[in-house]
Design a protein around this ligand. Structure first.
Ligand SMILES: [Fe+2]
Length: 387
């Protein structure tokens, strides 16, 4: 048996932002809070969204999330604004960070304004303020997931609220909004989407339904990410990447992730971008996971465009990590911790802390990962000479 959650309304495709006025009209809110980021404002996307809202823009105020790494304090600050002014519709517009703040504030606002007691699985007592999420990147997939992830400074890591009630009511995925994404951000967010798809596909809780989503997401990303990276105005590639990120998000939020995202939590907090954390872990976690699970990793390799017919099960499975390494190389994203300033003598303690912090996600990994396995993965991830 499995349960599937996803936004009640999913608007997809070039120009879908224009549907926002009609969607808001159905709710007829009194006060709307748009939660966004400084870049979205600078690039004119906020203005575009306000215009698409028609007369409802007059009922809207803006909350700017100032940081690419949101934490508990910023979510609670936004929730406080919602409580004080009585906003009854939240519109999140931007990359994963403002969308997480929007989603977080929408539920924290109806839980006495406090976020910490909600960390964990299914601890929400009530549904949050209705939200419409509009991504401007193609990667975090926050607009489709049942998770809110933020930094917790006193614990030196990120934590999450995982609950079906965090799924937004509406997601509007308009690839046009990602047109101005620079190549580096296209690469980074695209890699995040790919790792969501691969981890979702191989998670212990994956099922035929979720694999339909994640398998197609892997195929699309393998085919279109480099195109979008090389030419941001290639709208066929942008559209495919937007669709892929949405599929990956729905797939993985219903199947779970695994050791890559688990071990990345500490690195994410330590100054790595989320993509860098995934880049140094994904190829090596795949190498660790594949033995004993050759069939599913051969399937991943094939979805990544590798030829696996006629190969031994072991070699076919290994091709998944080979393909990932090649993709990262083509986009100039190093898979080695050394290149991000990590010192060899810190590897063991870092790995053990990552293992401790990532327990909830590690449990979803296809294979058991002990503390000594985490150390081995970090050792392998250190440099090309590690093997
Ligand atoms: Fe991610």
């Amino acid at each position: 048996m499995y349960q599937v959650v996803q936004p009640r309304i999913l608007c997809m495709g070039i120009g879908s932002l224009q549907s926002i006025e009609r969607i808001i009209e159905q709710r007829d809110p009194k006060r709307i809070l748009i939660v966004t980021g400084p870049n979205v404002q600078r690039l004119g996307i906020l203005e575009k969204a306000r215009k698409a809202m028609g007369n409802y823009a007059q009922r809207a105020e803006t909350f700017i999330n100032p940081t690419p790494k949101p934490n508990v304090a910023i979510v609670e600050e936004c929730a406080q604004v919602i409580r004080e002014k009585g906003f009854d519709l939240i519109v999140g517009l931007g990359g994963g960070s403002p969308l997480d703040v929007a989603k977080g504030a929408a539920v924290v606002a109806v839980h006495e304004g406090k976020m910490r007691p909600l960390f964990g699985r299914n601890l929400l007592k009530r549904t949050g303020i209705p939200t419409i999420l509009i991504p401007t990147t193609a990667g975090s997939s926050t607009e489709t997931t049942q998770a809110i992830v933020v930094g917790v400074p006193e614990e030196g890591t990120k934590k999450s609220i995982w609950d079906p009630r965090t799924v937004p009511e509406v997601a509007i995925v308009d690839p046009e909004l990602s047109r101005q994404m620079p190549p580096k951000l296209t690469a980074e967010t695209g890699l995040d989407a790919l790792v969501h798809a691969v981890e979702g596909h191989t998670s212990r809780f994956a099922n035929p339904f979720t694999r339909m989503y994640t398998g197609e997401a892997i195929r699309l990303i393998a085919r279109y990410l480099i195109r979008a990276y090389r030419d941001g105005s290639d709208m066929e590639a942008r559209e495919a990447m937007a669709r892929a990120a949405t599929l990956a998000g729905i797939g993985m939020t219903n199947s779970g992730l695994g050791a890559i995202h688990a071990l990345a939590l500490v690195l994410d907090y330590k100054g790595f971008t989320h993509c860098q954390s995934l880049a140094v872990l994904a190829p090596w976690v795949l190498c660790f996971n594949a033995p004993g699970h050759e069939e599913i990793y051969a399937e991943v390799a094939e979805a990544l465009g590798e030829k696996v017919q006629g190969l031994s099960a072991e070699r076919a499975a290994r091709k998944a990590s080979d393909a990932l390494l090649r993709l990262q190389e083509a986009m100039n994203i190093s898979p080695y911790l050394r290149d991000y300033g990590i010192k060899k003598e810190d590897l063991n303690s870092l790995a053990l802390r990552a293992h401790e912090v990532g327990q909830r996600l590690i449990h979803m990994n296809i294979k058991e990962v002990g503390p000594e396995d985490a150390v081995a993965i970090f050792q392998e991830a250190f440099s090309p000479d590690s093997k």
